[in-house]
Design a protein around this ligand. Structure first.
Ligand code: MN
Length: 257
């Protein structure tokens, strides 16, 4: 293989723990990595190990963007609430690691993209709160939980705020999305704007940051919807994120040479 391939922007992808085996196992779902590669980025799964203060700044220094992935519920104590009886599985380790990664990423102005739990984590990191269980707290029943075997279904429509970066990126005002969440944003975090809502019940489905640094997060799972003709808006989000990471990389290389 030729060795003159220009380096691609390096996208850190947050990991989850997997049960079983004699030793702790971490990793992520392949579609996150496939979508980053398809958009022109170089994905790297981030560590999910304790004492993040020992490694986060050194790892983030080598990244050009970070993707916060889906997964467990954020511990309610992180936004000052007691656990609701329908709270799902939590991971204090993952909360601590991802909050440390987020803080460091913000500090250096890294482009940030959040998906599902990633959107919720970002919101909590910026002082926002969550509905701990949508069906019981907002009575939207099964609208947002289409079923874990139906990831490719587009079970609801998201209305995109006209004057938003997301509208410019997606080039549509209505987008069909999948929906596999039982939590959602309640109070919006500092410096975040709601730029997408479920057309049926108004649930927050997309947020973006006012800067500094590129920040966008969605409640649905674009990493499995980007392929094919209908995938345009979902693919465009990944591409715009990787473009932002490429710009960040240019700046980073200029300032260190
Ligand atoms: Mn939804």
């Amino acid at each position: 293989m030729a060795d003159d391939t220009p380096p691609k922007p390096i996208i850190g992808v947050t990991a989850r723990q997997f049960e079983g085996g004699p030793l702790p196992r971490i990793g992520t779902y392949a579609p996150y990595l496939e979508a980053v590669i398809a958009a022109g980025g170089a994905p790297l799964v981030l560590p999910l190990i304790g004492e993040p203060e020992k490694w986060v700044s050194g790892v983030v220094a080598g990244l050009d963007g970070v993707l916060f992935t889906g997964g467990e519920d954020v511990e309610p104590a992180r936004y000052g609430e007691a656990p609701h009886e329908r709270l799902g599985v939590v991971s204090p380790l993952r909360d601590g690691v991802e909050l440390a990664v987020f803080e460091q990423a913000r500090l250096v102005g890294l482009p940030i993209f959040g998906i599902c739990r990633g959107l919720q984590l970002i919101n909590v990191a910026l002082g926002g709160t969550l509905y701990q269980d949508l069906p019981t707290e907002l009575s939207s029943a099964k609208l947002h939980a289409q079923g874990a075997t139906e990831w490719l279904d587009r079970s609801h429509t998201v209305l995109i705020e006209q004057a938003s970066a997301l509208a410019r990126i997606a080039t549509v005002q209505r987008v069909g999305t999948n929906s596999l969440h039982h939590q959602a944003i309640r109070d919006v975090g500092l410096g975040l704007s709601v730029v997408g809502r479920c057309a049926t019940d108004g649930t927050v489905e997309a947020i973006e940051g006012s800067g500094p640094g590129w920040l966008l997060a969605v409640q649905w799972h674009p990493e499995v919807l980007w392929d094919g003709v209908e995938g345009g808006p979902h693919r465009a989000i990944f591409e715009e994120f990787v473009h932002a990471a490429a710009r960040y990389r240019e700046e980073r290389c200029r300032s260190t040479h």
